[in-house]
Design a protein around this ligand. Sequence first.
Ligand code: SAM
Length: 354
Amino acid sequence: MNPLNELLQSRLFEGPVPAAEVMALGLYHPEHGYYRRQEGPWGFDGKDYYTALDLGPLLGQTLALRLEAAWERLGRPARFTALEPGAGRGWLGRDVLNAVSGPFAEALIYVHRDDNPAARRAAEEALAPFLAANRARFAAEAEPLESFTGAIFSNELFDALPAQPWRWDGERWTREVLTPAGPEWQAADPGEAGAWFAARTDGLEPRDGSIWCEALPGLVHALASPLEAGLFLTVDYGEAADRLLAKGADLRRYKAHSVDGKWHEDLGEADLTADVDFTRLATLLEQEGMTQLSHMELSKWIRTHAPLERWGAEWMTLPAPERMKRTENLLQLTLPDMMGSRFRVLEGWKGRVE
Ligand SMILES: C[S@@+](CC[C@H](N)C(=O)[O-])C[C@H]1O[C@@H](n2cnc3c(N)ncnc32)[C@H](O)[C@@H]1O
């Protein structure tokens, strides 16, 4: 039997287990958790899901421009630290480091932060030349972060934090739990989550509901407080709080490139994920002293910040298969049914502007 299912069965003797606890066990059990296993989940054949980084370097190239603009805005400091929590294989950092040049490249230090052992091994390979040149380094999740100037960026970090689904049944709040008979919605006190949801709707309908990520304030604080000045940028799927509520946001399971709602099955062998509440993330960042917070669809962010004309001209000089790959990469990031509308980019700013 799957060791995590065994653990869960013994936990179920004590009573129903909230879905967020099942998600925490499935993803982060120190030995058998999906993000603590020796083999990584990312990629195409034989893997569970891919991210924007599997599609090519364009997300990293656009991000590199946003980081360079932040460096300019800070008055070109001699050192610009770019911290990536949930950095996975380090491919986004690699793509950024490959894209930068000149004085900004000299100032930029990339910090990979993710305790996932499979990710760490892949990142050692992807970042090898930059590690050797002291332009990149690893930081363990428990390592206290010293104050720095620069940026914090992430791709698909916040969707991987354990989250609890809540649903309004017409009279009261219910939360999704696992019982020996399977998943159920049971009445419970939503506490802070209930007040948050209530303030984001002008009338709840039965089946309205959203997810609540308990760990979000702690993680936002741990990341944002050492940033003295600079940019916060995150790419993820999700919506504003009112839209999540109206949609009845829920947990999803990814396995072998299929998605379903069976979050309680194949624990440790399937990805579990939840939409990000961008309104709450922005509110928490504001409480950490960030300003100018905004989020937009990935497609709009790419169209606003990517040098499309320059890319078009440069790609014309590439061999046809390379040119096709770049074009496909751009389409994946911008077409609504691909990543363009499903993903959003949130940006915020902290501290001084020169
Ligand atoms: C969905 S994966 C995304 C990986 C990578 N950013 C990508 O796009 O391919 C989420 C990653 O976040 C990591 N993670 C979760 N919580 C974290 C935390 N508090 N600090 C750093 N990494 C974390 C997990 O170990 C996992 O590797």
